[in-house]
Design a binder for this molecule. Sequence first.
Ligand SMILES: [Zn+2]
Length: 419
Amino acid sequence: MKRKFLAAALAACVVGVSGQGLAKDVVVSEKARALQASAINLDTHLDTPALFGQPGWKITDRHSFQGDGSQIDYPRMVEGGLDGGFWVVYTGQGPLDQMGKLKARDFGLKRLGEIREMVAANPDKFELATVAGDAARIKAEGKKSVYISMENAYPLSHDPTLLSYYYKAGLRMLSLVHGSHNDFADSAGTAPGAVTAREGLTEKGRQMIIEANKLGIILDHSHASPAVFDQMIALSKAPIILSHSGAWDVYPHPRNLDDKRLKVLAAHGGVIQVNSLGGYLIDTGATPEYRAELGKIYQSFGGRRGLDADARKQAMAQIAALDAKYKIKKANFDDYMRHLLHIIKVAGWEHVGLGADWDGGGGVAGYEDITALPKVVQALLDAGYKDEQVRAILGGNTVRLIEQVQSLADPAAVKAALE
Ligand SMILES: [Zn+2]
């Protein structure tokens, strides 16, 4: 979810000044660094493609979170030890009329193109990944893997058969819905005005699940309602993922999954990748009045997208003042680990991974960008997890899921899509 990009960017600034909410410092040991180097480190929800079209922003430059709010680029991936992940074609939900659907179709194709162009422009640093084995091979070749996912199937709403085009272009993970309901599924309902409890999946959503199964595209439940989870589990022939979600039993936010469903997910072979978006981790104390004022700040900059570095800085400063005024509480690294460790305990370490929502609103005090990834390795070791368990959480479980979902695909459908 990238709508909170700037708000999250600001969090660290405020914390840095006031010192509130700081977690105890994690010192990363040599053992943790060596263990991480031996693992395949994948994050399953990288919203960084939203920055690809922004003027002057280059993935090969080193940026800083304090400087422009961004959290991923090639130099910082190297420093943090991230080997790649799923790079998202994210589309905000708009009107479900013909014009809205056509605009979403065009937007999705543009974003897909930008991801592929980024890879093509940096062949010594990035490579498109489509099968499970690619992650290890690309790492061994000293590059970063780029699996492609879609967050919100809105771009497929006008013409669902576009899915096979996306598949051919590299799409290997798909979520149906984002912050408000659409014609595929119900949302967890975090957008203003959204309500839950419709029918869960629509018939169009069910068809999309069947088609995704045939192509070996992983189905992603993040942002969908609990009813959609139950129906997706019942309908999907393959295990599913939650590419960036948290634990309801740690903090009851609609975007989080409850313990009962965590166990069902694991029993069906699925994986949940833990999100670091502060508002999902703790009660930040954000009120409707605060949100309204935040919206006004974004409006004054002409929206949240496409801001150049100067405008981003100005917006971050204004949001910092707003957060101070409303005494917004900031989640920290300990809060993130509380969700991660709880989920590991409930779902089992074979069913958990990392999907921090970098460049999409993720990141908390002490875990502001991808350079902080080694802290998670250390924290897992400190919590008593063994090397093989840590490696599974860092990416092994995701690789296993890709393999498993693709092994359950329909070879004839895959062949037809690739022709
Ligand atoms: Zn999201």
